[in-house]
Design a protein around this ligand. Structure first.
Ligand SMILES: *Cc1c(COP(=O)(O)O)cnc(C)c1O
Length: 334
């Protein structure tokens, strides 16, 4: 069986780096959506709790139910809004307020420029009035940046917009509202953090997708992906491997099949350069549903120990490399 290990020391190291930026562990909300970016929701939630993290962010109530006992607050990014003592729900539109259950705890998302989710800036007054009328508890006001990881001033334009939002909410007399806007990239670009919370995702897993021009923040990948050998054979010169025979042996080779494929969420994407595993061996020929081939006889090989490096082979980002990994792969903490 392909397996995943999660390195606790590296995870805690990354959280330390973030705490240095926020100034307090209590201001960190770990983003555990989509099975903790493919790392494993319950295991990562348990580790975050062990470190002392009090706040989490997940995709929906289904995810929240599995981990809510570990945290003081759990923010749900998108789901039907119901009343819950631990969970708060994102308001993504005015109709979300209309359909919310009375007494629910909500966090209002304001669209300050990304134009994906959230109410428009000029809907703010109406949204706040509706929230009061509906007897919802406003526990947070948030926004999301579209270009925090780009070398541009757009981040500052959105930040300015959000400052105006904060002022309006405060002037309306709302108390105990937490304000938050920063994701991983934004917190690393911010010199003096002055909000109540960061929603930090990719950085806790060990990746920093900022351009090299920004001060490098050292992070350590948490996830390592392994595959186990299924069988071994000798290929003669000019014999071809796998579907369509895309790889041709140019000499006699000892080749083994390993138990990982696109059925486990490993990408089948073909690039001009074959993917090379950390010990330097290229994948031979096409990726099958459950198998890959390598010139190796080892019982077990590391397929990926740095999703950001792996992502370069497939013109994608670390997020996609880990998030796609199947829930069925066994995960354990080391
Ligand atoms: C996913 C997500 C985050 C975390 O983003 P990272 O880039 O992984 O830190 C923060 N806020 C919202 C609203 C998100 O959807």
């Amino acid at each position: 069986m392909a397996t995943i290990t999660l390195n606790k020391e590296n995870f805690f190291y990354n959280l330390n780096q973030i705490a240095l930026k926020t100034g307090s562990v209590d201001k960190i909300a770990v983003v555990l959506k989509d099975n903790a970016y493919g790392h494993g929701l319950e295991l990562m939630a348990g580790l975050a709790h062990e470190y002392g993290i009090k706040h989490a962010v997940v995709k929906d109530f289904e995810e929240a139910k599995q981990i809510r006992y570990l945290f003081k607050t759990v923010l749900i990014l998108k789901d039907e809004i119901i009343a819950d003592e631990v969970c708060s729900f994102t308001v993504n539109s005015l109709t979300d307020i209309t359909s919310a259950q009375e007494g629910a705890r909500v966090e209002l998302k304001v669209d300050t420029g990304m134009h994906r989710n959230g109410i428009a800036m000029d809907e703010l007054d109406e949204a706040l009035a509706e929230i009061e009328k509906k007897h919802l508890t406003l526990v947070g006001v948030m926004t999301h940046f579209r270009s925090a990881d780009l070398l541009s001033s757009e981040l500052f334009w959105q930040k300015k917009n959000f400052e105006r939002v904060k002022e309006k909410v405060r002037n309306r007399g709302f108390k105990n509202v937490r304000f938050h806007s920063h994701n991983s990239a934004a917190i690393f670009r911010t010199q003096s953090f002055d909000e109540d919370l960061v929603r930090v995702g990719i950085a806790i897993y060990g990746y920093n997708e900022l351009p090299a021009i920004y001060d490098a923040i050292s992070l350590k990948p948490v996830l390592t992906l392994y595959a186990k050998k299924t069988s071994t054979r000798i290929l003669k010169e000019s014999q071809r491997v796998g579907y369509a025979g895309d790889f041709t042996a140019n000499k006699e080779m000892t080749v083994s099949t390993y138990d990982l494929g696109y059925g486990n969420g490993w990408t089948r994407t073909v690039n001009s350069n074959a993917y090379v595993i950390p010990e330097g061996l290229p994948l031979l020929g096409r990726v099958s549903m459950d198998f890959i081939m390598l010139e190796s006889e080892k019982e077990e090989v590391v397929i990926m120990d740095d999703a950001q490096k792996a992502a370069e082979y497939f013109s994608t980002i670390s997020y996609e490399m880990t998030t796609g990994l199947s829930k069925d792969i066994k995960r354990r903490i080391v």
